[in-house]
Design a protein around this ligand. Structure first.
Ligand code: NAP
Length: 289
């Protein structure tokens, strides 16, 4: 019989991690949280979570430790601070987008330093709102023997998981999904620009697409943001640039020329100070060129 999971820690309470933590506590797990800037955990304490002041304190006694940090460097930095404090046989679930290489290095580090710990590579597809509604998809890989133990936690935060193979496979699929998403956002931004130049409003563009196979709900929400000219981050442009860079590097320049040119363009937009805004701000950047 697999051990029933009751105790979970979430390290990283940004747009995604905070949504995970909220849904985990709603589903009656005992939750400990940690975030570099403590204020992001205060509302979770009111809901019953324990807010730890260090990553090591946050993982003590927890059966599952979820990492949802910005990038590979911050993830490695934080896991190193927890390594001696992880409970015997705990399961570490890495859910940020850190790429395949960093995921494999993290797995190796854990195996060498804490061979009793299980590791699941589990980045996600979906953004802030779907995460708040537990409607993201989890791209899981690693030890399948842990699947039945971890699924109740995944069920609390997602609409389902896809088990894709050995550690690294989840992160590899995440790069593929991101390549799709990044191309879609860039194409949307360019089509929006073109529509305006040719005298069409965003509403007219959407009315032509609506109801047909091109009318992705994701595109609609991004088009609405572009139209309003407000870009509260569902996914910050700087993280989307990180993801574009990871996918472009994995695919090679000859095979993915668009992704390489998008990376250069998005880097210029981040350098222009737009990195903290939602990635759809790229439409505004293009218009101003
Ligand atoms: P976010 O809102 O910017 O949150 C980033 C988190 O990382 C915050 O908790 C931040 O702490 C922490 N952090 C950053 N640098 C750190 C450091 N050096 N040491 C410790 N903590 C650090 O980002 P997010 O949107 O939740 O994304 C998190 C991860 O999920 C990223 O890898 C992103 O690519 C991926 N992802 C995002 C989405 C999305 O749509 N948002 C979707 C799928 C995957 P502070 O609060 O103190 O800054």
């Amino acid at each position: 019989m697999p051990t029933k999971i009751n105790t979970v820690s979430v390290l990283g309470l940004g747009a995604m991690g905070h949504a995970f933590a909220t849904n985990i506590i709603k589903n009656n797990f005992t939750l400990k949280v940690w975030n570099r800037s403590e204020e992001k955990g205060k509302d979770l304490v009111e809901k019953g979570a324990t807010l730890a002041s260090t990553p090591a304190q946050a993982v003590e006694g927890s059966q599952v430790v979820i990492l949802m940090l910005a990038d590979a460097d911050s993830t490695v930095e934080v896991i190193k601070q927890t390594i001696d404090a992880l409970a015997e046989q705990a399961i570490v679930v890495q859910m940020g987008t850190i790429g395949v290489e960093a995921t494999e290095q993290l797995n190796k580090y854990l195996k060498e330093n804490r061979p009793d710990i299980g590791f699941i590579d589990a980045p996600v597809s979906g953004t802030k709102k779907p995460a708040e509604m537990a409607q993201i998809a989890i791209l899981a890989s690693g030890d399948r023997a842990l699947q039945s133990q971890i699924e109740p936690v995944f069920a609390a935060i997602s609409k389902g998981s896809h088990w894709l193979g050995d550690v690294g496979a989840g992160s590899a699929m995440k790069l593929v999904v991101n390549s799709w998403l990044i191309g879609l956002v860039q194409s949307l931004a360019e089509s929006h620009c073109l529509a305006k130049q040719l005298g069409f409003s965003p509403e007219t563009l959407w009315s032509v697409l609506e109801g047909g196979p091109l009318a992705a709900p994701y595109a609609k929400t991004k088009l609405e943001m572009i139209e309003e000219g407000r870009y509260p981050p569902q996914m910050q442009l700087k993280w989307a640039l990180k993801d574009a860079t990871l996918a472009a590097k994995a695919g090679g320049e000859a095979q993915m020329p668009n992704l390489h040119s998008i990376t250069a363009l998005w880097q210029a937009a981040v350098d222009a100070g737009l990195g903290d805004k939602d990635l759809s701000v790229i439409a505004q950047y293009l218009e101003k060129q």
